[in-house]
Design a protein. Sequence first.
Length: 238
Amino acid sequence: MMTMTSPKPRAVSTRSWTSRCRRGLAFAAIAMISIAAGAQETSASGLNGLKILEDFVKNTKSGRAIFTQVVTSPAKEGQVAKTKTSSGSFEFLRPNRFKFLYKKPFEQSIVADGQTLWLHDVDLNQVTSRPLAQTLNGTPAAVIAAAADLKGLEADFKLTALPEKAGLQWVQATPRTKDGQLQSISVGFKASELAALEILDSFGQRSVMTFSQFEVNPVLAAASFQFRPPVGSDITRP
């Protein structure tokens, strides 16, 4: 937590700052869930990352997993880099439905119902809703959730197979337009299984998400991705 300069910070200031921190984690999650939503096991072994990614995007209809996310902010002069770690679970159902449930260090839900993206901060009792198409425009989710094959991805991203690292096969996706908030996304596969995602934004912030207990094509109902704001919550619709 950031040290406040005033000895008696106003509650509204602390609340606002905490909300911004949590929304920063949420932005990284939204960007990365799109890649995960393309995941699908392939029976072949020894394939490079591009071929595995192609099979993932083409074949997956639904999935769920446990995740751990580490967000590292660039170090300021004379200071060490700061990191934030969170964990939880997620589910997705193509097209354009996904659900992130953060459990630690605080409870937060990110739900896309196909039309609207909902962000619910449980501790602050705040809900934010935005049109899904508007929110995902210019992010990987806009491409991955709709693309049926690798060509769909290559229209908006330059895809490059990277050397093996830490026992994983990697693909880097670099946006072809330079006016967005993302520099690059790297997808890591262990054999035929999605194992890690790494995203670097234009501010130098790096987010790494690792997956476990990944289930491919479980039966999920579209209705399970509906979200209703809790009674009494503070709702914002930008």
